[in-house]
Design a protein around this ligand. Structure first.
Ligand SMILES: [Zn+2]
Length: 308
């Protein structure tokens, strides 16, 4: 019997982004409290993540940069500081995604949600930025290709911010399709429609910037009218979802007006694409989401569809 997986470990509480930082351990504390209270976890199989090997991380990141995170000396931006626990947290977060992938590819689970922090989609090959250090989705795409021999992987990103790191990791690479819908103008400033890949990767990056104020209806239409036909053309063997919940109307860092119901619809849409194109194989990764209650309620809605 295959079920949905839920990946979490208390080690994710130990990365410390600094006093008053929106990307705090309280995001996961509030999430776990909420899911516990609502009984959401009872229908899911919990797995404890392992640490990812350096070899798998270094398929995306420069070895000296990763060692710099261990030594707390890596290049970062001012809002993205390294704490003593950051190194162990990021390796365990990426390793959790890999453990979930092994279960899904092995047919022992149908899909998975990884409740980890810090997030990953802004992390570049040699730079921590936007609260991100290791690009878990990018590392996961390479892991799917190299460990499991998959040829084509799609990374879908509905976080309110553009996933610059993920885009750059595969910009020349036709084997990984990157789709992002994000608020523009907004941080980090990349993700215009003209950024569509280059060289052999031309056409396998798809950016849809939206003005602030968009919500459930705009996102839902975009997924059925723009994303679905593009994915049908690409024909992925596995879908990774960079699930940021900072598009929620209550989020302090975004200007969109999505609701829990909107996340439910988007999840159903992605799940239906996975069912039609890649035997339902889908692993979802927590990216942003900075209003504690809104993120917790949105993840609950997301999980209800994934495990339905
Ligand atoms: Zn974000």
């Amino acid at each position: 019997m295959t079920r949905s997986l839920f990946v979490y470990d208390d080690i994710f509480l130990e990365h410390d982004a600094g006093a008053g930082h929106p990307e705090s351990q309280h995001r996961l504390i509030a999430l776990m409290d909420h899911l516990d209270r609502r009984g959401t976890l009872t229908g899911l199989r919990r797995i404890t993540p392992r640490a990812a090997s350096l070899e798998t991380i270094e398929r995306v990141h420069e070895p000296a940069y990763i060692d710099g995170i261990r030594l707390m000396s890596a290049a970062t931006t001012a809002d993205t500081v390294i704490s003593p626990a950051t190194y162990d947290c990021v390796l365990r977060a990426s390793g959790g995604v890999q453990a979930a992938i092994d279960e899904v590819v092995g047919g022992r689970a149908v899909n998975a949600f990884c409740a980890h922090r810090p997030p990953g989609h802004h992390a570049e090959a040699g730079l921590a930025m936007g609260f991100c250090y290791v690009n878990h989705a990018a590392v996961a795409a390479r892991y799917l290709q190299e460990r499991h021999g998959l040829a084509r992987v799609a990374v879908l990103d509905w976080d309110v911010h553009h996933g610059n790191g993920t885009q750059h990791a595969f910009y020349n690479d036709p084997s990984v399709f990157y789709f992002s819908v994000h608020q523009a103008p907004h941080y980090p400033g990349t993700g215009s429609p003209s950024e569509c890949g280059e060289g052999a990767g031309l056409g396998t990056t798809l950016n849809v910037p939206l003005p602030a104020g968009c919500g459930d209806g705009e996102y839902s239409r975009l997924f059925s009218e723009v994303l679905r036909p593009a994915l049908e053309t690409f024909c992925p063997e596995f879908i990774l979802l960079s699930a940021g919940f900072d598009t929620h109307v209550s989020d302090p860092l975004g200007g969109m007006v999505m609701t829990e119901g909107g996340f439910e619809s988007l999840t159903a849409s992605v799940q239906s694409m996975a069912a039609d194109l890649c035997e339902k194989r889908l692993v979802s990764l927590l990216e942003g989401g900075y209003d504690l209650e809104a993120t917790a309620a949105s993840v609950e809605a997301h999980l209800a569809v994934l495990s339905g």
